[in-house]
Design a protein around this ligand. Sequence first.
Ligand SMILES: [Zn+2]
Length: 419
Amino acid sequence: MGDDAVVRYSNTVLYDDHLNKIVGDVLIHKDGSWSKSNGDEDVIEEIDGSNRVLTRSLQNWHTHLAMQLNARDFSDGYPLHRWLNEAIFPTEARITPEFVRIGTSAAAAEMIRTGSTFAADMYFFPAVTGGVLTDAGLRGLIGGPVSDAALPSHDDAESALSELDHLLSQNNENDLVQYAIATHSVYLCSQETLLRASDLAQRRNGRIHIHVSETRKEIADCKEKNGLYPIEYLDSIDFIQPGTIFAHASWVKKNEIKIVADRNVTAVHCPSSNMKLACGGTLSFPPYRDAGADVRIGTDGAASSGNGLNMLHEARLASLLQRHDHWDSTLFPAQDVFKLATKGSKDWVAWNLDDVRMRPVGRSNNRHIANLIYNGGDCLDVWVNGQALRKNGATLTLDEHSIIEELDEAVQTYYDGLE
Ligand SMILES: [Zn+2]
């Protein structure tokens, strides 16, 4: 195994996929696996791991990355539907590929700085987003938007679908970035559009990403229009394909959770977005867990909602919110929520043990994960496929300084006349 080892961390602590703790010298391999080191294997790099703890990287399952461009307090205080209609959609009408490139670059820099290596994204100009993530060395499932509303990138759903058809035809499982189909929601997509997107997913073996049952208004409107709640409705028209991603899935009935589990849907809990937009409800973890459904965590976009892409913050909120909602302090201990926030990761992050927030490490050296989740951590190194995206606290694949300058400048033009 040693021949494909990229880096040796000596005298370190590593937590594996099951959060078993390994102490000593370890090798990180190009394919994302790890093994114990005898100290004599050929490696490209040697790192003193004595001030580091290695974990799998965080995985962000619901984002609108380029929305970094929308100032973080943009229309803060609006509820979801007013925020979309009065603040976001009018601004987004002027989005261009260049704005998306700049916003996504800032997002990629923030992901790397905070230890995330994957985003399931939904935004305009998906090929631009995909290009930025690929160049940054990050992974992504990049959903191009489909909706019946006029899109800044397309005249109608038809042309959005044909662009996606082309992008999906290029998906190669060895690439860091895969494309997906982002049907915005049941309130922005007609049944015909939903079904055409679903057909495309089936034909190209692509994944669908959709906002579902985020607010009480959305489910009441769907019930009135279709006689069914959103997940029941999507199931009744045979929209759901294996691997479909439901962002939020908050205002749901038990039979809808069963549909999520039975149809191999991934439901994404976005606690900060739901709380900041005062949705009054969020994904209720215990019934999803009991039904055997796949649940992940996501930050949502930066403009409203999460205000950032820090998945340690999001995991902390998930733990606190679920305990609070269910009056159950045993729910989501740090280890469980960390497993959920890193689920499926093939990548590695080294966190700084010289950061006081990571101390004390506990008498049996076992408090690393709890410290990370509840107190945050300083990300020193990030490894994806044997490439260091960040080392010793500096990002290598992006120039953070020039991204900051570009972002500030772009925001001036983007909002010109709106503020
Ligand atoms: Zn969203």
